[in-house]
Design a protein. Structure first.
Length: 154
């Protein structure tokens, strides 16, 4: 093999590896106080309410609230796309993501979210119930959070 073929083969291999690594679908931590919301362009500052969307191609979008994730997903027609990953901050474990579609939600106006929907996500029903015992609020499903977001924006 000639030297130019070896270099070409090596370059091709390196570019292929970079392509596969860059198309991953792993969440990326939100850099609170520095990252900007994809939907409303506000700075993301509260680690109890952030959200993230990962496209099937691995592109990551970050949001300062659940309703910004939902509004962006409505505009881009992504809510029914099961190949898209939607994550929300777990209120009981700030800064850590949980699946938006399977999370348990609580609406409580005493806990102000960045965009005013005042909905908190919990990774388990047990966490939501324990929080609700001490703080009250309306229990919501993912579909109900979407509907609440639509009502707020009308």
């Amino acid at each position: 093999m000639t030297r130019s073929k070896i270099i070409s083969s090596t370059l091709f291999l390196v570019l292929t590896i970079i392509l596969f690594v860059s198309c991953g679908s792993e969440p990326e931590p939100i850099n609170y106080g520095h990252d900007e919301c994809e939907y409303c362009r506000m700075l993301i500052t509260d680690n109890k309410y952030g959200a993230e969307l990962i496209t099937k191609k691995g592109k990551i979008y970050k949001y300062d609230s659940i309703e910004c994730l939902i509004n962006y997903s409505l505009v881009e027609n992504l809510l029914g796309d099961n190949e898209v990953t939607m994550l929300v901050d777990d209120f009981s474990n700030p800064g850590n993501f949980t699946d938006a579609r399977t999370s348990s939600y609580l609406h409580n106006d005493n806990f102000r979210s960045p965009m005013g929907l005042n909905v908190m996500a919990f990774s388990t029903e047990e966490q939501r119930s324990n929080f609700a015992k001490e703080n009250a609020g309306s229990k919501l499903s993912w579909i109900e959070v979407i509907e609440l977001t639509k009502q707020k924006d009308n």
